[in-house]
Design a binder for this molecule. Structure first.
Ligand SMILES: [Zn+2]
Length: 420
């Protein structure tokens, strides 16, 4: 298997070698569940679904953990607006998220821990850091003293970004911190939000320590791959990485993979900006496969993707054309297409994905391959080669998340959405 990957920590592309005789351990930062999922979420989780499928298709076991951030300022605020307890809102949006991920065939992670289930472990860790003078109290908050953490490397952008950071309760820069690179490990509670007691009074853990604790619990750091959207590099992944150095003396992850945003015009699609296309709405117009095709071909994964419903429809049609050429090859036939040409096509698609996760190139290669096969003598697979052709198409389905043996899912409401 060859996988070349851009690593955001080192800011360069390198070959990734899976650990010998052990599963590849991947930690992906999951959603903050306070509002319905949008197309930007779909793009992010399809990226890691594609990475995981590539590794599994290449014969590696994968242990993927993706958390659910179920308490946070935004959840408390929206729960107050809706007059709901925070937990009711968080569970409802979590169900909605998981249902939509299932609909677009994002494989579920091995564990989906909820942040609120790990607070006692977070409190123990903060006390441990405090005893070692790596954390300090200010008012009702506790901060990690970034410059007290020994050695290690960090995102080149971290220092730069900290100069331009804006106040963010989830982030690094509450007013009492001694240094803009320090970040909150414990904070006073939000009105209407959850609250736990601690040696520092009643409050809530900071966001960054949650992921670190859950990654330690299920995978142990350094994990092999760690990912999320570009906006997580700072402060979130910077902070997790610093915590990992503080506690274990080692980096949080061997590789960091970050995906680009989906924008509307020039602006990032985001729940807080209100300029989003809800995923359920996109799935009224596109099939899950058409959406995957669009999000994978419209822009390389690290670049921003400007959502364009017209181009999405074109991608949907393109997918349908390819499907009409490929799917019949899984049936018994009396044509001229040899099964080994499908096996070659599978190898070609896999190789393109292995080259810096070039999903767009992979699907273009598949389109070209399907056109070539359609022009090969009599249509259909060679007599007696259908089982071998089906195996190749099954492999292609597992690799791409698109069921090439059919049937596919239609656009429209699908199953009734649970929750909201
Ligand atoms: Zn995280």
């Amino acid at each position: 298997m060859v996988l070349r990957l851009f690593d955001t920590l080192k800011e360069r592309t390198q070959a990734f070698s899976p650990p010998p005789d052990a599963p590849v351990r991947i930690y992906v930062c999951g959603p903050t569940v306070y509002a319905p999922s949008h197309v930007g979420h779909a793009r992010n989780y399809l990226l890691f679904d594609g990475l995981r499928r590539f590794l599994e298709s290449s014969g590696h076991r994968v242990r993927l953990v993706e958390n659910i951030t179920d308490f946070e300022e935004k959840i408390s605020r929206r729960a107050r607006e809706l007059g709901l307890p925070w937990r009711v809102l968080a569970r409802r949006e979590e169900r909605d998220f998981l249902h939509l991920m299932d609909r677009i065939r994002v494989r579920p992670s091995e564990h989906q821990p909820r942040s609120s289930d790990f607070v006692p472990e977070m409190v123990r860790l903060i006390r441990w850091l405090e005893r070692r003078q790596m954390a300090y109290r200010r008012g009702g908050s506790v901060y990690l003293r970034a410059r007290a953490v020994d050695g290690g490397e960090n995102f080149p952008a971290a220092e730069l970004l900290s100069d331009h950071s804006v106040p963010d309760a989830a982030g690094s820069d509450l007013p009492e911190a001694d240094d803009p690179l320090d970040f909150a490990l414990w904070k006073p509670p939000e009105p209407g939000g959850p609250v736990w007691s601690s040696p520092w009074g009643r409050g809530v853990p900071g966001w960054h320590i949650e992921c670190f604790v859950m990654a330690q619990r299920y995978l142990r750091t350094p994990v092999d791959l760690h990912g999320g959207g570009l906006d997580l590099i700072f402060p979130h992944h910077y902070a997790e990485n610093l915590l990992s150095y503080a506690v274990t003396g080692r980096v949080f992850s061997r590789r960091f993979v970050h995906g680009g945003f989906v924008t509307m015009g020039e602006v990032k699609m985001s729940k807080s900006l209100g300029n989003l296309v809800p995923l359920s709405q996109a799935l009224e117009e596109l099939s899950p496969e058409g959406l995957r095709w669009y999000l994978w071909t419209a822009a390389p994964y690290r670049e921003k993707l400007e959502y364009d419903p017209r181009r999405a429809q074109q991608a949907q049609r393109r997918f349908e054309e390819v499907r009409q050429r490929i799917t019949p090859l899984g049936r018994a036939g009396d044509g001229d297409v040899p099964a080994r040409s499908l096996e070659r096509l599978l190898g070609k698609v896999r190789a393109r994905i292995g080259s810096e996760l070039d999903f767009g190139g992979a699907l273009e290669g598949l389109t070209e391959g399907a056109e070539e096969l359609a022009g090969t003598g009599r249509p259909g697979i060679r007599r007696g080669e259908a089982p071998r052709a089906r195996r190749a198409l099954l492999g292609l389905s597992e690799l791409t998340g698109i069921p090439w043996l059919g049937p596919t899912r239609a656009a429209g409401k699908g199953r009734a959405s649970r929750g909201s």
